[in-house]
Every structure is written in structure tokens, then in C-alpha cells.
Design a protein around this ligand. Structure first.
Ligand code: IMP
Ligand code: MG
Length: 186
């Protein structure tokens, strides 16, 4: 097992590590067990929100023990690079209808919650049998809307996070851990 250190990415913008690779692997496995129990006997449709959730979703899905399918959506939220506005543009819609399906939205991180709240309302309108959310990370301090997040990996402090799918200007998604973006945080 390689040991990933900050030195692997010799970049001063990679700050303190918030979640180590082994903690990610362990928690993802726990979430998959919980989801497998909850959805036993039902067909599950995972909806990954591109691009950040891809890394988490593929690890999660590998540990699921229920029949499942995956589809993806890409959305862009109008707003500054670090603050979302709640107005969401769909860049890529789902390939198939979700009516009558058991749907689990898989997100990398819920910050203000505005993006997810929009997605949730939109997908509810398509009449799935059930609709739940699984987010790897949440920043409870930043929440602006009340959201039913059924499965949460980790609660993190109000810092801009990178790695394991999370980007800053499209970079750092490949870090095997979740770290703070150095220099951009209070
Ligand atoms: P929200 O609408 O404020 O909840 O923002 C959600 C989206 O903003 C997430 O799906 C991410 O794409 C992005 N985002 C929010 N916080 C972070 C962060 O700390 N690092 C990287 N991306 C983030
Ligand atoms: Mg996202």
C-alpha cells in the first residue's frame, strides 16, 4: 500500500488533509453496507452529479450488494467560483426516465445546499418511487436550505476542500485524500 503524503503533490496550494485515504475507504464501505441494507430487494438507480461525485460514486458502487444501475447529470450553478446561487443550468440530463425508480443522488459535497435543493425538486417532479441523497461531505455551517440528506460521509468545517473528486478550477480531483485548499481559506 503506498502512503500518500502531501509531498506526492508538490504544490503549495494543497493544505492540511481533512480526510485520509484509509478513512475515505472505510467510510465509503460503511455507507455501501448501510445502503445495501436499506435497498435490499429493490433495484437502485444511482445518479452521479458530474464531475466531482464520480470518484466517490465508483468506489461506493463497487461495494454495493444490491442490483443497481448508474446514470449521470451535469449541472452548473450560476454564481462565483466559491458561492453558488441556487440557479442551476443542466449541462447534461439523465439518459433515461426515473419514473417509478428508486433513485439515490450521489454528490461529492453539499455546501449551501442550493444546487442539491434545485436538483431534488426537479427530480421529484419526474415521479421516482423514492428519492434520497448520499453526499460524501457536508459543510453544515454553510447550509442555507434545509435538505433531507439520508447518507453523509463526513461533516467538514467551513474550508474550501479539494481532492477525491473535488476541484479548484478543475485541478486536484486526483488527490487520493480530501485536503484544504491552502491560501484561500479564513
Ligand atoms: P452548493 O450549491 O453551495 O451546495 O454547492 C455545491 C457544489 O459546489 C458542489 O457540488 C461542488 O461542486 C461545489 N463546492 C462546494 N464546496 C466546495 C468545496 O469545498 N470544494 C470544491 N467544490 C465545492
Ligand atoms: Mg458537485
Amino acid at each position: 500500500m503506498p502512503v500518500y503524503t502531501r509531498g506526492l503533490m508538490t504544490d503549495a496550494r494543497v493544505g492540511d488533509i481533512l480526510v485520509q485515504p484509509d478513512e475515505l475507504a472505510h467510510r465509503v464501505r460503511e455507507l455501501a453496507q448501510e445502503i445495501s441494507r436499506d435497498y435490499a430487494g429493490r433495484d437502485l438507480l444511482l445518479i452521479g452529479v458530474l464531475k466531482g461525485a464520480v470518484f466517490f460514486l465508483s468506489d461506493l458502487m463497487r461495494h454495493l450488494e444490491v442490483d443497481c444501475e448508474v446514470d449521470f447529470m451535469a449541472v452548473s450553478s450560476y454564481g462565483s467560483s466559491t458561492d453558488s446561487s441556487g440557479i442551476v443550468r443542466i449541462l447534461k440530463d439523465l439518459d433515461a426516465p426515473i419514473e417509478g425508480r428508486h433513485v439515490l443522488i450521489v454528490e461529492d459535497i453539499v455546501d449551501s445546499g442550493l444546487t442539491l435543493s434545485y436538483l431534488f425538486r426537479m427530480l421529484t417532479g419526474r415521479n421516482p418511487a423514492t428519492l434520497e441523497v448520499c453526499a460524501l461531505l457536508t459543510k453544515p455551517e454553510r447550509r442555507e436550505v434545509d435538505l433531507p440528506i439520508r447518507y453523509v460521509g463526513f461533516e467538514i468545517p467551513n474550508r474550501f476542500a479539494i481532492g477525491y473528486g473535488l476541484d479548484h478550477a478543475e485541478r486536484f480531483r486526483n488527490l487520493p485524500y480530501v485536503a484544504v485548499l491552502a491560501g484561500e481559506n479564513p
